[in-house]
Design a protein around this ligand. Structure first.
Ligand code: HGY
Ligand code: MN
Ligand code: MN
Length: 431
């Protein structure tokens, strides 16, 4: 759906500095940079609470302080930068995202939202603009969830969906505990983690999909986020000699893992679960030797669906399939562990319209679309009016891949809309 709001002359449009924004994105992307063999490009691996993440965090804190922000760090390590308003007691406007990355990232996922909000602050400073309400930038910890196994972790604790104790006790593949790693990198702050509800929250993020590019828009207004289900499945078989063990005597965990992978794709292809997407992103077998039948397989199953009913039906299908596996190989044992689960989250129509009106102020046409990816905004939406602004991606919007790319112009357009929206919301009176 394209927006039909009246196009207005650039009235309160905020001018930002596209070159400064781009330079900040590229500088942060150098932290955790690596030569990606699969693409031949330079990727980013800055997983949460690693030394690279700590270096990126220190750079962000320095930039925030240089922009005159009051920097605080909460008990989850989330970094806040506050620009005071003319009326400090009014509920603040928050703009955030994340700077942790997956292992095969580009320069934009999350970083555009945090460094874009910083660019807005820098531009307000340059223009000498004061706002009624305080404006706060947030860089939430462990949004990706790829190291400690639960995505949107920092924002979920801030909004009260998950507890600090749950987060602190999560461990990574090496058995390192979240709380200890946070302490080790020096970002276990003392700001109480539960967030006072902001007046509004706006997040700018790359779309990470092909829709805006296909429809010909640089910027989109996000209507909500689809449901997410993450499970870890462990299959216990029996190690045996690859040469001497007849098929009928095998309990082959590797075979069972392959059956799960095929089944989740069959669930998608069946059409029974609407716009289900299913991904087995992690698969390991052990002992992982050519002459030994695998006695153990571990895999993760990531399900996404814009409809909660279809998601529940798909999860029930998967559960029934897993329950049926031992009948195919007597002696096989199946273990499942819930890693993450969030419902479909609609965004606030008023904040969506404020972002759409801001785009119109800037002469930018926009369309409304659902987010395929999870974002911190979906957690903050539980406690405050929230919406997102998407920026078009190149190369079919590929993301979680070093080919991830949005042009300097499109990034600048998205952040100009973010800035104009924040200005608009910061002047709003209390209802
Ligand atoms: O998993 C997601 O959708 C997000 O990248 N954390
Ligand atoms: Mn992201
Ligand atoms: Mn991501």
């Amino acid at each position: 759906m394209t927006d039909t709001l009246p196009t207005r002359a650039p009235s309160n449009a905020l001018a930002i500095d596209p070159d400064r924004l781009w330079a900040s994105l590229m500088e942060l992307a150098r932290i955790g940079a690596y030569d990606d063999p699969a693409t031949g490009l330079v990727g980013v691996n800055r997983q949460s609470l690693t030394d690279a993440d700590a270096e990126g965090r220190r750079l962000l804190v320095r930039w925030m302080e240089e922009a005159g922000l009051e920097v605080t760090i909460d008990e989850m390590g989330t970094i806040f930068g506050r620009r005071e308003g003319l009326e400090p007691d009014l509920a603040l406007i928050m703009a955030g995202s994340h700077i942790d990355s997956v292992a095969t990232a580009g320069a934009f996922d999350g970083c555009l939202g945090v460094l874009g909000a910083l660019e807005v602050i820098r531009s307000l400073n340059d223009a000498g603009i004061a706002t009624r309400r305080p404006i706060v930038i947030a860089a939430f910890t462990e949004e990706e969830g790829v190291r400690f196994g639960t995505d949107m972790l920092g924002s979920a604790v801030a909004a009260g969906r998950l507890t600090l104790e749950y987060a602190y006790d999560l461990v990574d593949d090496a058995g390192l505990r979240f709380g200890d790693e946070l302490e080790r990198i020096g970002f276990r702050g003392d700001r109480p983690v539960r967030l006072d509800p902001p007046h509004a929250y706006v997040e700018c993020h790359i779309e990470q999909g092909p829709v805006l590019a296909q429809e010909g828009y640089a910027v989109g207004i996000v209507t909500g986020v689809q449901a997410i289900s993450w499970q870890k499945v462990t299959l216990h078989g029996r190690a045996a000699h690859a040469g001497t063990t007849p098929t009928e005597l095998r309990i082959d965990a590797g075979l069972a893992a392959a059956q799960v992978i095929v089944h989740v794709r069959e669930m998608v292809d069946s059409g029974r679960y609407g716009r289900l997407r299913a991904t087995v992103g992690h698969v390991t077998t052990s002992p992982g030797l050519p002459s030994v039948v695998p006695d153990r397989a571990e895999l993760t199953v990531d399900l996404r669906n814009p409809d909660d009913g279809h998601m529940a039906a798909a999860e029930a299908d998967l559960a029934a399939f897993l329950d049926g596996l031992p009948a195919r190989q007597p002696g096989l044992r199946v273990e499942t562990k819930r890693m993450a689960k969030t419902r479909q989250v609609p965004f606030d129509p008023g904040v969506q319209d404020a972002a759409a009106a801001s785009a119109h102020d800037l002469g930018l046409p926009t369309m409304r679309l659902m987010s395929g990816a999870g974002h911190d905004a979906q957690e903050i939406a539980a406690i405050a009016p929230t919406a997102m602004i998407f920026v078009r991606g190149q190369h079919d919007g590929i993301s979680h891949n070093p080919r991830e790319y949005s042009t300097p112009d499109d990034c600048a357009a998205g952040i100009a809309v973010l800035g104009t929206t924040l200005l608009r919301l910061a002047e709003e009176a209390d209802a």
